[in-house]
Unconditional design. Sequence first.
Length: 713
Amino acid sequence: MNAMRQPADPGLESGFAAERLDSVVADVVRETGASAAQVFLLQPGEQVLRLALLSGISWRIAAPWARIPVDAPIPVLDAMRQRRLVWLGSQEELARRYPRLGIVLPYDFMLAAAPLTSGDTVWGGIVLLWPIWHPPQLSEHERQAVTTCCRRVADLFEQAAHHGRPLRFPEEPRVLAPQLAEADPAEARAALCFTERLPVGCCALDLEGRLTFINAAAANLMEAGAARLVGKRPWEVLLWLHHPLFEEGYRAALISRQPTSFTAVRPPDTPLLFQLYPDGSGISIFITPAAQSATTGPGQQLRSPDEPVSAAGLYLLTHLAAAVTHAAGVRDVAERVADQIVPAFGPQRLILMTTEEGRLHIVGHRGYSTDFVRRFDGTSLTSVTAVAHVLTTGDAAFFPTFADFQRAYPEGPRYEKTNAWAFLPLTVSGRPIGSLVLSYDQPRPFPPAERAILTSLAGLIAQALDRARLYDTKHTLAHTLQTGLLPHTLPRIQGLDVTARYLPAGRGMDIGGDFYDLIRRDATTATAAIGDVQGHDPTAAALMGQVRTAVHANATAGISPGNVLARTNRLLTDLDPGLFTSCLIAHLDAAHHRARLANAGHPPPLLAHPDGHAEVLRLPPGLLLGIDPDADYTTTEIPLPPGTVLALYTDGLVETPGIDIDDITHDLAQDLAQARAQDLDHLADTLIHHATRGAPRHDDIALLLIRPKPNGG
């Protein structure tokens, strides 16, 4: 299949299967010389891609990609949709093709993304990174190594599912430990003595930024003992290093695998030069006194401000801003906010609420049980609760411990062993629109820098939520208009089973012009019509109503399908709406088991025969309606014996970006042939699944299925 099919139940579990996956990923990293690898898997039952495995990169850095909506514009999803390797050979190309990634990852690296597929199932994808000094293209050996890796991983999931032992998702991705050579004890002691004799400060960070080693010279230069620093991130312990540029230096070195440096001022006025040398296991740092005034980057002096915002916080804010930019409705915003905040900002739980008619309504939550959350849906803004208080006052409330919370709200609910809370008002132009509640298992001091980050976070979410509420309102109105123009029921025709489906597009608030109809002519004959008006706006929807009315009137006149199209075409050209319409008409004669069809630029119908084979009916093509008032439309007659299934559909069912429409149409015909014996309603659902299992759709779908009954039914 060319469409992306969601797996029944992929994932990871501990034990032999997980070890095999680790081995496969380690092999491809070694054979290609990649600096980092990430394995993403589709989440069963959700339109979400989950990060399942990491190698050569910090979980702190990768956290914003823990859960990715399947319509996000990122390389791995494009690779999965297109079933091919995606290569990005420069930062410039990354920023051009994927602006969101270019904003949050402004570093030099090369990237390859490839799909994990077996048969017609796409399990997920793998992403590999290389330093910028890698050649501009992958070698044939590297491409083959990536292909082999993808096949082996997909086979692993396929085998697990086949044997009824589907692999399960972990809560957090597995992180592969770097492969380090075993050190000889004598050599290790010699290396330690060597570094201790050096007048240069030496220290080492692991991939998470924690200090794993520091020599005496470095401890003296930093005026901090090893016991205070080892196991900690230096910028979280030493206030004079608590600056975004220090953490940014670590992040840039780790992702780009390029040496970098900066100068920091140790109070009161001692500049120190930090030189960072990264590899797949961490970062080695040399520390020396700087010869002159401290500068970093483009001439900026790095001093220790009072509680500065961390680079990680700025990075995560930027990532969240980019993520919610692509969110549509309120539910979409809630999902993306939860996907970003819970893994990246530290809370174990989250509740997102909006205001409506003086009450707070929960639109999204993560980490809480549904029963617990349901108790607080509809909370009044006049209630004595923290969420109501922050909205009425406009001031955020932070409770570092349970005791702090209990003093303020003795009757306030506590979920399990929650020990810290942040209640953030969501306001737009001074107008309260909702509230965000974050809760933590451990007490949390909420220093000023973190409060600033969370306040900014609330501002971003408020803007996105306000846009989403407007979107939902407009989308509801648009959908009501559109569906109001479609038939609510289909007439019963003796000798025919008929069913229809209509699905609005998955994204956007555009109103489509897809339509279908079944017009009864007498007890055993009817005319089926399906069409699509060009455009996605109220004008297209209004014209769709006019076209459907014209087709209905002409079909009842007893003329051929070709003449129905010709008359409708002349009417449209007289109206001159500036839009064109595709349309297909089928006159159905159940008594004589035949059909006559005519086509005006519409996708070809499909016909499944009683013997089990299916075909794409290539009818004589006619011009779209509304172009040439004198256009002719040929009528073609076909047999329609009992057991045959005729499928009429609009292009939303078979259009997927980057995939040939003829291939998808052929696949759809095969699906129709294989499932033709199903109940007609179940068959319609099967064909609709053909479209919805793949890439996000940006067009509506209309589907009409017709099956003659034996002996006239």
